[in-house]
Design a binder for this molecule. Structure first.
Ligand code: SF4
Length: 282
């Protein structure tokens, strides 16, 4: 039996079995990344697609994903590799790449405006060892590391990654404990702690997906953006917020896509507190 200390769930995993995220396995009494180097998606994306609006705009970044996730968002856009039945099958069929091989691909893509590696598509923190080992090599080559994450990890995990990660987009999916706990299967406090720590050393942008009837009130956006406004990056800059539109999919098909007018209105509400607000999927 191993107790995993990566996220708030602290799974107790029987030897040889996987934890809740499907990405970590108990091996010799310890929790290890079962998804280490198992790559399910690889592509050269515009940096704005992460989304990062204020980090090397106009560049591209080699984006790699594995499988597994420690949340259970019913509207997941990447459910094939996060927490569906298909994700479990990917565990067996994913292509194996070593950190060195991934860095070689990143270097070869330099001539196509690639600035580094983004750990994205599934939740990278549940396989943080691969992020750490690869990011070290990427940095040694003078390239950049980006992470796109739900921010659901203990601070000790972030401490291992912090020396290497240059920029992150972190989901701040809403601003009530109930929404995090009941709808997403998450822990809002852990995400907020993660963000507060990350902004001390890393360029951070945040994303909030607006789901009709869940997190779309003016009041919630006022509170969320007010909290974000108190964060400061190392250079004193304020933290950008991306407000994004929901589309019905996966297990949440009982409501329509977010009205574009709602997104623009909530962006205006956020702009009363924040300097950099962007709208997405509109
Ligand atoms: S990272 Fe995975 S195995 Fe570890 S505590 Fe979280 S859900 Fe459980």
């Amino acid at each position: 039996m191993a107790e995993c200390g990566v996220c708030f769930r602290h799974c107790r995993i029987p030897e040889g079995q996987l934890g809740f995220c499907g990405a970590r396995i108990a091996h010799n009494g310890r929790s290890e990344a079962y998804n280490y180097g198992r790559i399910t998606s690889l592509g050269l994306d515009p940096i704005e697609k992460k989304p990062l609006a204020r980090f090397y705009p106009g560049s591209r970044i080699l984006s790699a994903g594995s499988f597994g996730c420690n949340l259970r968002c019913p509207f997941c856009q990447n459910y094939e590799i996060s927490w569906s039945e298909q994700a479990r099958r990917f565990a067996e069929t994913a292509e194996l790449l070593s950190p060195e091989e991934l860095v070689d691909i990143a270097l070869a893509a330099r001539k196509r405006d690639n600035i580094g590696v983004a750990f994205t598509y599934n939740e990278p923190l549940v396989g943080y060892e691969f992020v750490r080992d690869t990011a070290k090599l990427v940095k040694a080559e003078g390239m950049k590391n980006v992470m796109v994450t739900n921010g659901t990890a203990e601070l000790a995990i972030w401490e291992e990654l912090a020396p290497y990660v240059d920029a992150m987009n972190v989901d701040l999916k809403g601003f009530t404990d109930d929404y995090y706990r009941k709808v997403l299967g998450g822990d809002r406090r852990q995400v907020m702690d993660f963000i507060e720590e990350a902004v001390k050393t890393c360029h951070v942008e945040l994303t909030t997906l607006i789901v009709p009837g869940e997190n779309d009130s003016e009041e919630e956006m006022r509170e969320l953006s007010g909290w974000v406004s108190r964060l400061r990056e190392p250079d004193g800059e304020s933290v950008p917020l991306h407000i994004s539109r929901f589309f019905p999919q996966f297990h949440m098909r009982d409501r329509r896509a977010t009205d574009v007018r709602t997104i623009y209105h909530l962006a205006d509400v956020a702009r009363k507190n924040l300097e950099y607000v962007y709208t997405g999927n509109c």
